[in-house]
Write a protein of this length. Structure first.
Length: 319
């Protein structure tokens, strides 16, 4: 097996027009720098001629490999499938729409190999996107920085570089591609850097992402934050809140009962029965919620021990 310097993973959906230019540009940069490389194009269920174009490109360029999904699974699935087959020392991910410049690859490669970063994320400091996209992006990135503790300006930039060990030891699923730096840090790869990269205006087609992705992004952030902390120990989360809720409810209930016993013993007037007081219902609710959370923790522990493979994707074809 030939040793490769760089593996470039390109997830794509309906990008038939941009693919020839992108691969040609990548090949030009790789040849000029003398890198041994591979380009892995992952067709995420395109409905245009993208797969036919990939096969045509591969006939002329043996450095190109392709994976085609039977249907659209999403960018995370495409990246995961690409990561499974990469062979290069450094893995570069980039989008297929020509908004990411292959000219950035040599500097990203150098930062991994010479500056010993585990992961380098691109930062599109100057963007050619409408304000409806840039403003939510800034809010999203600020929230992610706050919750993850990773000082990156652009978590969702498709142009990133990784040591091969990183992509072989992380699992990207659902829509978690936005949080690969967070996942990498959770696994143990903490040397994460950033590089300002060029953002080019889209030349072909239309964007595949709408405003709904930002709401999904915040939900995914909550999910990855929870999973990164409690994936192996869900009882620590559910059990803690369950026990606290149970103790609070039991304390309220004990107070009401002891108060009634004291008043009866001292022959003081009892204004209302225990079951007639609002505090009684709050106590019962807290006890029930606490019990349910505690049981949820046990069930989550059992599920965590028997989780099936989340990345079972049906591949239509390979070249």
């Amino acid at each position: 097996m030939q040793h490769l310097d760089i593996s470039i993973v390109v997830p794509l959906l309906n990008e038939e027009e941009s693919l020839p230019e992108l691969v040609s540009w990548i090949s030009k940069v790789m040849t000029e720098k003398g890198y041994l490389y591979e380009v892995i194009l992952v067709d995420d269920g395109s409905t245009d001629r993208s797969w036919e174009v990939i096969k045509e490109i591969q006939k002329e360029n043996l450095y190109v490999k392709g994976i085609s999904f039977l249907r659209n699974y999403g960018k995370s699935a495409a990246l995961h499938s690409g990561f499974q087959v990469v062979q290069g020392d450094v893995v570069i991910t980039m989008d297929a729409d020509l908004q990411d410049s292959p000219d950035e690859i040599p500097d990203l490669y150098r930062m991994i190999m010479e500056e010993n970063y585990d992961l380098v994320s691109g930062w599109k400091k100057k963007r050619y996107d409408p304000i409806t996209k840039t403003v939510p992006t800034k809010i999203f990135n600020a929230a992610t920085r706050k919750m993850s503790g990773i000082e990156l300006h652009d978590f969702n930039c498709g142009l990133k570089a990784y040591k091969r060990d990183v992509v072989k030891n992380i699992e990207v699923y659902g829509e978690m591609h936005r949080y690969i730096p967070v996942i990498a840090k959770w696994v143990g790869f903490k040397n994460i850097g950033e590089k300002v990269v060029q953002h080019r205006a889209r030349q072909y087609g239309v964007t595949k992402f709408g405003l709904s992705r930002f709401m999904n992004g915040f939900l995914d952030l909550l999910s990855i934050s929870f999973v990164s902390r409690f994936k192996k120990k869900p009882m620590h989360f559910f059990g803690t809140f369950g026990v606290l809720s149970f103790i609070v409810g039991f304390g309220f209930m004990a107070y009401l009962i002891l108060d009634k016993m004291y008043r009866s013993y001292m022959m003081l007037p009892i204004q209302r029965e225990v079951v007639e007081q609002p505090l009684f219902f709050l106590a019962i609710t807290a006890i029930i919620i606490g019990t349910q959370l505690f049981l949820a923790g046990f069930l989550a522990e059992l599920i965590a021990l028997n989780t099936p493979n989340r990345n079972d994707y049906k591949v239509k074809d390979r070249i």
